[in-house]
Write a protein that binds this ligand. Sequence first.
Ligand SMILES: CC(C)(COP(=O)(O)OP(=O)(O)OC[C@H]1O[C@@H](n2cnc3c(N)ncnc32)[C@H](O)[C@@H]1OP(=O)(O)O)[C@@H](O)C(=O)NCCC(=O)NCCS
Length: 173
Amino acid sequence: MGRFYKSTRYGRYEYIEIMHVRQFSPDDAERLSRLIVRNLKLVNIRDYSPRVIEALIPSHTPERIQDLARNGYTLVGVDGEVIVGTASLDGDRVRNVFVAVEKHGNGVGRKLMAAIEAYALDRRLRRIYLLSGLTAEGFYRKLGYEKAGAIEHDLDGVPLQLIKMEKVLTPAK
Ligand SMILES: CC(C)(COP(=O)(O)OP(=O)(O)OC[C@H]1O[C@@H](n2cnc3c(N)ncnc32)[C@H](O)[C@@H]1OP(=O)(O)O)[C@@H](O)C(=O)NCCC(=O)NCCS
């Protein structure tokens, strides 16, 4: 991707402007599934056992991603034709926040979350929550989410440690 220049003269914020957030289309499902599974295997593996990672993969098939988009609201971040991240809102729960591994730390996640929060406010939601993986707690904390408890989720017999986090949304004046 020729336009990604993290530490050159364009700087990080230039990239954020290039990235565009749009609504999910069914054609995105395969690529999003690959983006998520790559994160699980390369990044989330730092905090979870291979058994947990394997148990998580079936939740991120193209079909499951399409189901989530049908029942909720899914956004994708794109740079031209390249998908660089995704986030969803399902009722008042934020789900499936993933940024392409190569793009971590460039504001993509923050921008997707801002778009999700703006949508939630439009829907008159005043508090949203999410179940963060251990890997992302610091990210959500940076964005103003507060820990509301630790959760052990059962993934077909495999225990998955998650952190419930919440944020009160304030409408812009
Ligand atoms: C977590 C994730 C979505 C963050 O997206 P990102 O685009 O890398 O994050 P951003 O660049 O927008 O970061 C926003 C701020 O959070 C901080 N941050 C990002 N990831 C962080 C982390 N894992 N821990 C602590 N702080 C983090 C950044 O330093 C930045 O702070 P700053 O603005 O003060 O510099 C992304 O790293 C990811 O996909 N991780 C793997 C998958 C995952 O765990 N997803 C969440 C499932 S619950």
